[in-house]
Ligand binder design. Structure first.
Ligand SMILES: [Zn+2]
Length: 124
């Protein structure tokens, strides 16, 4: 015997199966897409590949005690500054402070060429 439930649906049994199904659908947890975590020093506009590499490097840089450990190269214009090639386009600039390395900035190769060919590199 079909009967009318309080929700307005008709059906058999002690509760409304349609509403039960609906409520279970809603409760289904969708997997949450967690955004990849990037170091806040990395510019959000940086392409994903370069950002990924920069993120990985920053972790190594924070622990490094020598710029050679992270395969950085000295800048001719300022021996306290070193750089790492992130990809074809981007370079990461670091400053040597004692034995530690400090992140300065990430620049594209145009800016890099311009700033490293002229006077001292702007640190901001
Ligand atoms: Zn119902």
């Amino acid at each position: 015997m079909k009967k009318r439930f309080s929700c307005g649906h008709f059906g058999k049994g002690s509760y409304c199966h349609r509403c039960k199904q609906e409520s279970e659908k809603v409760e289904e947890v969708k997997p949450v897409k967690i955004k990849e975590f990037y170091d806040p020093r990395i510019d959000v506009s940086l392409p994903k590949g370069a950002a990924k590499k920069a993120n990985k490097l920053l972790k190594e840089i924070d622990k490094a005690t020598n710029y050679r450990q992270v395969k950085a190269n000295k800048l001719k214009i300022d021996s306290n500054l070193v750089y790492i090639r992130l990809n074809k386009k981007y370079r990461m600039i670091l400053e040597r402070i004692g034995k530690k390395l400090s992140f300065v900035k990430i620049v594209d190769h145009g800016t890099f060429d311009q700033e490293t060919s002229g006077a001292r590199m702007k640190r901001t």
